[in-house]
Design a protein around this ligand. Structure first.
Ligand code: ARG
Length: 286
């Protein structure tokens, strides 16, 4: 009897052990933590709006200097509590700061189910509007429309984890940079393709060996898309990416690309590092 009890106990312990290891086994995706690019985020204003550009740079310098910028970043990368930001309705008769963004890009821009905005860029937007003495309006759109909306005067400023690129510099003016970012790969958790990779060259060698049978996802209109397509043909106007010889699959939102990967529709996703880590963390449920 004692023996049976001991056996049952041992079996139970084995099951418990398996279940606790199972935490890891239930992870769905992972980030390959090797930077594929070097990028800087900045805000973008119309080429004609030198006055706003000056004030944005003034405000950025002030919040970098007085600790406000670090305090905002700490809320999202550290333990702090994000502050929700409300958007007023667009009203041309009022003195408003109209911000173009594209939510679903954690930790830079998010929206909750009550339509309240939060994220690093949008907390800065709220501070900037106050600094300018204007009412804040947030226009949430597909990322592809963000730069165009500033270029054609629909919005005053793009605040969207926006990378400074030569092609965008042709159509809008960038503020001083506030964040350094990189493209990284998101792969299924059980993917071993990059296990031996130590450097960016190791990763690129694997990507170079892909064919049109492979599919790589990205958010439409982003530098991730350009990374997959390559832009060496654009010369000085390009970012200098040689491209990946696989099929590019563009989605309106980064999370949709990751979902497609989890459904087995595409192999990998190319995305900015901070959102990649945030999305993977949330789908793995940790
Ligand atoms: N940094 C990348 C780019 O500028 C991606 C930005 C995506 N931003 C967003 N809010 N969805 O192309």
């Amino acid at each position: 009897m004692k023996r049976i009890f001991a056996l049952v106990l041992a079996a139970l312990m084995a099951v418990t052990l398996l279940v606790s290891c199972g935490d890891d086994a239930s992870s769905k995706a992972k980030v390959i933590d090797i930077a594929l690019s070097e990028e800087s985020y900045a805000f973008a204003v119309s080429k004609e709006d030198e006055e706003l550009l000056g004030k944005v740079n003034e405000y950025l310098a002030q919040i970098k200097d007085d600790g406000t910028f670090d305090a905002i970043c700490d809320k999202y990368f550290g333990e702090g509590e994000p502050e929700k930001v409300a958007s007023a309705a667009l009203d041309e008769t009022k003195d408003q700061l109209v911000v173009a963004t594209s939510t679903g890009f954690e930790p830079f821009e998010m929206v909750d189910d009550k339509g309240m905005f939060y994220g690093i860029d949008l907390e800065i937007a709220a501070g900037l509007a106050e600094y300018l003495g204007k009412e804040l309006v947030i226009q949430d759109m597909k990322f592809e429309s963000v730069v165009t909306s500033v270029q054609n005067g629909q919005c005053d400023i793009a605040m969207a984890g926006l990378t400074i690129t030569p092609a965008r510099e042709e159509v809008v003016t960038f503020s001083d940079s506030y964040y350094n970012a990189a493209q990284v790969l998101i792969v299924p958790d059980d993917c071993t393709d990059f296990d031996e990779c130590k450097t960016v060259d190791d990763v690129v060698a694997i990507l170079d060996a892909l064919t049109t049978e492979n599919k790589i996802g990205c958010q439409a209109g982003t530098t991730g898309e350009t990374y997959i397509l390559g832009d060496l043909d654009k010369g000085d106007e390009g970012y200098g990416f040689k491209g990946i010889p696989a099929e590019k699959m563009a989605y309106d939102y980064a999370a949709l690309a990751v979902t497609a990967m989890l459904n087995g529709e595409i192999d990998y996703v190319v995305l900015d590092n901070a959102p990649a880590n945030a999305i993977v963390k949330s789908i793995n449920g940790d």
